[in-house]
Design a protein around this ligand. Structure first.
Ligand code: GDP
Ligand code: IMO
Ligand code: MG
Length: 499
């Protein structure tokens, strides 16, 4: 195969991880690279680009980092939110990662906000997979993610500034991921501003416009494009010229300077390229090598672009179904689908929300649950648990396990209501329809259960929970139709009960 400049360009920033991969790891539990693993050098000059930096084919599966607390799930696991986001996916991915070697983000962008509490330390990530907080875990950002380099690099700086190491061996970014550009954010903000009350209530992180460009193709920029400066320059010039016209005509917005954008992204490229790799290929190899993989879903089923409560959704395939296209892993890779649901409902931004409690109950939940957006700090809308909606998500994703989170937040309420179904124009609906006009009209049918007064945040065993809390959990399990295997009673890692 002839070598040309393109291939060489890719190989250069990737030379470091290749060299590092031959070193001897001292801790067998975290050992990722086998001693004396030889990578034929011609691989770094051979298409397809980019060159794979990882030599996993010869590596024995490390012995599981067995834990007395975390269940050792057989096979690989996808973690997916079953409501409208912020279910505590960050906490549960971190928890499950104790027994995993790889964590993958496969959808969305910096609109996600995942919180992890480790002892007294609190971390919130928007783009970094939360496996970054565990030693020996490889973190992948898949092609389904839209990447804002400014946010990613800031996050990397913040996390490393707090003493956590991030290297090209522990973080790998798909060369196929699309880039969020300043004009995407400008368009998102301008569109939302112009729509006023009728807006979607986006995070203004440029998510929708970036995915729109991905589908448009001619106006998209991918991580791989950072490699080729001349072409990048030409692309940015052309696209910004076009965007400025649109922004001016539609929103009377000031023009953006294409040269400044080019220089900024060129700088991002220099920092990011050592981390760039072929995530789909790597996943296939990790899977063959028996590495345990956790897919970190962002957002949630009801925010999914196809299956969510459209148009009040985000722009990615953020149900479990999106993990294959968003990561490049073959379907047989995943055996466990861990659905995460909070013990009540919340949603941020606009859109129908049948069980919303815009009253004292909603306020009680918001304050006890600190229900303010991790990304935008907006107060989250709060309401009763909607079993009709969650059952839809469970069935869509083929959920095999459930983690019920934030149960502690409900302590102190005299009674709890669960929405078991909907009525519309006097008729009971048989199933959940993810349709805005239907949801705006439905009337929830509630079942009332007794609450409990005790603080349950120190419970660590199922039997320690008040009987009313146990009854509530069991009723939710029956209604949504999947086993609740984990109950979370606090933000900290250890505040978790296994069933
Ligand atoms: P994600 O987007 O699904 O990862 O969720 P977020 O991190 O945006 O929001 C969940 C919030 O609840 C975070 O502040 C977590 O620290 C917190 N949290 C997670 N699980 C629990 C729990 O069981 N109890 C309480 N009180 N807080 C929790
Ligand atoms: P995590 O991963 C909660 C919501 C926004 C808005 C809609 C569209 O933390 O659970 P966008 O900026 O994506 O175009 O906004 O989707 N949204 C989320 N709400 N948690 C999230 O992510 C969300 N990601 C997007 O609030 O209503
Ligand atoms: Mg969140």
């Amino acid at each position: 195969m002839p070598t040309n400049r393109k291939y060489l360009e890719w190989s250069l920033p990737l030379a470091r991880p290749l060299a590092a991969s031959t070193r001897v790891a001292s801790d067998p539990a975290t050992c990722r690279f086998k001693r004396n693993t030889i990578i034929p050098i011609f691989r770094s000059l051979t298409p397809p680009i980019p060159v794979h930096t990882f030599p996993p084919l010869l590596v024995q599966k490390p012995s599981p980092k067995g834990s007395s607390v975390t269940p050792l799930l057989e096979g690989n696991t996808c973690v997916v939110g079953l409501q409208w986001g912020d279910e505590g996916k960050g906490k549960i991915v971190d928890f499950l990662t104790e027994n995993a070697e790889v964590v993958v983000r496969y959808c969305g962008g910096a609109n996600a906000g995942h919180t992890v509490r480790i002892g007294k330390e609190k971390y919130a990530t928007h783009l970094l997979p939360v496996g970054i907080f565990r030693t020996g875990v490889i973190n992948l950002i898949g092609n389904g993610v839209v990447l804002d380099p400014a946010v990613l690099l800031r996050e990397v700086d913040e996390v490393t500034g707090r003493g956590i190491s991030i290297t090209p061996e522990t973080l790998k970014i798909s060369y196929k991921a699309h880039l969020v550009m300043p004009y995407h954010m400008a368009e998102d903000a301008a569109r939302e501003g112009a729509a006023g009350e009728k807006g979607i209530g986006t995070t203004k992180r440029g998510i929708g416009p970036t995915y729109a460009d991905k589908m448009q193709r001619a106006t998209a920029i991918r991580v791989a494009d950072l490699q080729h400066e001349e072409q990048l320059k030409e692309r940015i010039h052309r696209i910004v010229d076009e965007r400025n016209k649109v922004l001016k005509v539609l929103y009377d917005a000031p023009p953006l300077d294409w040269q400044e954008i080019f220089e900024t992204y060129r700088g991002y490229g220099k920092r990011m390229l050592p981390f760039v790799d072929d995530v789909g290929y790597l996943l296939q190899q990790y899977s063959k090598a028996g590495k345990r993989i956790v897919f970190e879903g962002a957002h949630a089923v009801l925010l999914d672009i196809d299956h969510g409560t459209y148009p009040y959704v985000t722009s990615s395939s953020c149900s479990a179904l999106g993990l294959y296209t968003g990561s490049g892993a073959p379907p047989k890779t995943v055996q466990n689908f861990y659905g995460i649901m909070k013990a009540y409902s919340t949603r941020v931004g606009g859109g129908p929300f049948p069980t919303e409690q815009a009253n004292d109950t909603g306020n009680y939940i918001r304050e006890r649950g600190n229900e303010y957006g991790t990304t935008t700090r907006r107060p989250r809308r709060c309401g009763w648990f909607d079993a009709m909606a969650v059952k839809y998500s469970v069935d869509l994703c083929g959920v095999t396990h459930i983690a019920l989170t934030l149960l502690d937040v409900l302590s102190g309420l005299d009674q709890l209501q669960i929405c078991t179904g909907y009525k519309m124009r006097g008729q009971k609906l048989d199933y959940f329809r993810a349709d805005m006009d239907t949801l705006a009209e439905v009337e929830p049918i509630y079942e009332t259960l007794p609450g409990w007064k005790a603080d349950i945040s120190n419970c660590r065993k199922w039997d320690e929970l008040p009987v009313e809390a146990q009854t509530y959990v069991k009723r939710l399990e029956t209604l949504v139709g999947a086993p609740i295997k984990m109950v979370s009673v606090g933000a900290e890692r250890s505040a978790t009960i296994m069933r």
